[in-house]
Design a protein around this ligand. Sequence first.
Ligand code: FAD
Length: 392
Amino acid sequence: MTDRSIVIVGAGIGGLAAALALTKQGWRVEILDQAHKLEPVGAGVQIGPNATRVLESLGLTERLAPVVGTPESLIVRSGPTGAVLSEMPLGAAAVRRWGSPFQMVHRGDLQMALLAEAETNPNIRITLGRRLESIRELDGGIRASFSKYGEESQIDSQGLIGADGLWSKARNFIGLTSPTSFSGCVAWRTTIPASEAPKWALASRSNLWLGPSAHIVHYPLRGGSIINVVAIVEDSWRERGWSEAGDIAWINRRFRDWHRDVKDLIGAADTWLRWSLFDRPPEWKWTRGPVSLLGDAAHPMLPFIAQGASQALEDAKVLGDCLKESKPLAGALLEYEASRLRRTAMVQKASRQQILPYHANGLIAAGRNLVMRALGGDGLARRYDWLYGKVV
Ligand SMILES: Cc1cc2nc3c(=O)[nH]c(=O)nc-3n(C[C@H](O)[C@H](O)[C@H](O)COP(=O)(O)OP(=O)(O)OC[C@H]3O[C@@H](n4cnc5c(N)ncnc54)[C@H](O)[C@@H]3O)c2cc1C
């Protein structure tokens, strides 16, 4: 035990990973989350080589082995015609190129694995059912106020990490006011039992279909027992939350002009959940005194290059590295922030910039298809070197 203790708000992927990284540097961590129970919710997330190496450094590889999948390739097709535009080798090729594997996992399975690891760690305490309301600076630390069924409680600590997601309350203390804005895109997701899915969709590949004002990503999960499908469509429906039921007839109609394989896949699902996609422009700071942010609270991004969870994991690793020595917390947090601002801003921007080529129509789509074919699989992989290569 040490006398270095810190509060993390949010037991999502970022908060739990940060807790594990900090205890490796001798910190005691108290995590608080508004959820009354942490349940394996969400859908599939892709974890780039830039983040699978973080999971390995946290000692998660063995625990995750039964639930992660390693795709052989990413295959990109035209949604309307089904023509293959490019196939980027992954599997062993990803390890050779970027030094770590590219993997796919159910968000809930990843969160539960991090949680199980945290629960066995004597320097981590997790308290559920506590919603952060406000933070106040004290002499030599902070006081955070939480509510539970309308009752308020307070925690004093040397510092606090706000890993409280897209709608972060911790941002208020930092003084960040830029609005969280709707992207004009809505994600529809489903999982289809392998026995109900078209046979061609069972191959261990990540699949990306590009078409007018929409794209689809799908891949097998949980040892190939289910197929995770996410369709991202341009639409005006904007609500907070992750679990609004989607209308099956609507989503089938939306893709009725796409290639028959897409229609077969969409038609095989009997439930859909949808969520509106929000993000914010990059911030120029996210630390004030002994309080800093991490993950979506700091840099929410659209899922177009599948980096939301991966960037939160990178944050966690860098946070642990910066808070390694017994230097003053506020200075160490500024160092963490400085190491992450540029990188996460680049990823946020790159995610947004993909809307145009992914959802192109007409001449722009034809140009995109030409470029993708000319690039080939290796050329496409080269475009990801800055993202997947070793940075943390
Ligand atoms: C329920 C849920 C389902 C998701 N499903 C998917 C998915 O299927 N695919 C995908 O790509 N991404 C999904 N995401 C987002 C994805 O997990 C994040 O983009 C990424 O992992 C970064 O994680 P994070 O830890 O920064 O934030 P999050 O994963 O959003 O975690 C934030 C945590 O903070 C807690 N919290 C929020 N506000 C407060 C407060 N005021 N006080 C206390 N606790 C608070 C939340 O309960 C949550 O546990 C989901 C997020 C959530 C919360």
